[in-house]
Ligand binder design. Sequence first.
Ligand code: AMP
Ligand code: MG
Length: 425
Amino acid sequence: MKKDIHLSDLISDSSMVDDYDPNAMSVENTKAWIANFLNPIDQKETIHIKDALNRIVAEPIIATMNVPNHDNSAMDGYAINIDLLTDHGPFKLKVTGKLFAGNALDGNIEGAVRIMTGATIPSGLNAVIPQEHVELYEGVITFKTKPLTNQNIRRTGEDIKRGQTVFQNGRSLEPCDLGLLASLGIDSIKVYRKIKVAFFSTGDEIISLGKSLLPGQVYDSNRYSLIGLLKRLDVNMLDLGVIPDDKKAIEDTLLKASNIADIVVTTGGVSVGEADYMKDILKKIGEILFWKISMKPGKPLAYGKIGQCHYFGLPGNPVSTMVTFYQFVREAILTLSGQTPIPKIPLIKAKLLGPIKKIPGRTEFQRGVYEQDDQGTFKVNPLKDQGSGILRSMSEANCFILLHEDLAHLEKDMWVDIQLFDSLF
Ligand code: AMP
Ligand code: MG
C-alpha cells in the first residue's frame, strides 16, 4: 500500500497504486487504506478525573511525588532494627512504642515498636515482623527467625517514583487509572475532546418508530444498533433520523452533518443498485470512494470526506451494518480519538461443533454461540440462519466466527478463530 496518498489522487487515478482494486478489497487492505486518511484530533479539554473513564490522555502525566511518600508497614506487627540482633534466635525485644497509620515516632528507638499497616517506619528500623510470628508476654516479644532487611516494609516510591511518566499521550483511562491519578494528588487532567459522530438511515421504505407500517415498509433498526455501538465507544452522538431516498434531502443532511461532526455514518444506499445515487451526491459535496469488500456480510462500503468530516456509507442490511461498523468505523473512531495503540479485537481458537460451508476468496463473519468446556476449551456452534438481514442472529450469537479469506468448507471439530462480542466495544 502506498502511504501518504491523498484521497483525491486515489479518486482521480487509482491505477497508479499496485494493490488497490475498488472491486476486490480485502478487509485488512480496506482498514489500511482508511487509516491512511485519518488524522487524530488535537483539540484538548481539562476535566476532573471522576469524569475521565475511557477518555484519552492528551498530555503526558508526570509524577510530582513518590507513592508511597514514606516507608510504611505492610503488616500489623512489630518494627525492629535487625542490625541489633545476634546471629541466632530466639530473640527477645521489649516493646517500647505503638504506631498507628497516620502517626509518626521521632527520636532513637530501642527495642521493638508495635506498628499497624500503613504506619510510617520510624527512622533506624528496617523490618516488620507480622504479629502472628511473635509471642508477646509482659511487654516483651519473642521470635525465632531473623527477618530480612526491609521485610514487610513498603518502600518510598515503590508504586510510583517522582519524575516517572505515569501515562503517555493516547492512553485510554481505565478504572484503576483514576485511582492511580488520585494517589498522586492529581484531580484534573488534559484529555482529547470526544469525537462527534452524526448518523442517519436512508431508504424510502425505512420508517421511524412511532409510525405505523404500510405494506413494504420496515422499521429503522439500524439507527438503534448504531446508537448502541456508539454508546459503547463513548462518543458524542448526533442522531439525524431517517432520510428518504431523495437527493436534495440527503445532500442537505450530509452537509449539515459534516459541519457539526468529525464522522458521519449513513446506512443504506451503497449497494450496487443504489450506489450511483449516493455517488452523485457525494461527488458534488465531497470526495468519495466506493468499494466492494471481499467479506460477508457487508460487501459494499463507501468511504470519503465532506470537508474535514469523514464519511462512512454502510450497507443497509442490519447485520451488514453492524459487521462493517465493527470492522471499519470502530477503528476509525478510536484512531481519530487519539488513542494509541488501538486495541486489536482478540482472536480465540475454538473447536467447531458443526460444519460450515464457505467459498475461498472472502472473509466471513458468521454468527456463533461459544461455550467453554470443563477443561477451558472454547467450542463454537455456528447459527443456522446466517442471512445479512437476520438481525436475530446477532442477538442469539455471542461471538463472530471469523473465517479468513483463504478458507474453504470446514468440518466439525476443526479449529476456527472467534471474536467474543464481549471483547467488542
Ligand atoms: P440498501 O443497503 O439500502 O440496499 O438496503 C438493503 C436492505 O436493508 C433492504 O432490505 C433495506 O430495507 C434494509 N435496510 C436498509 N436500511 C435499514 C434500516 N435502517 N433498518 C432496517 N433495515 C434497513
Ligand atoms: Mg436503500
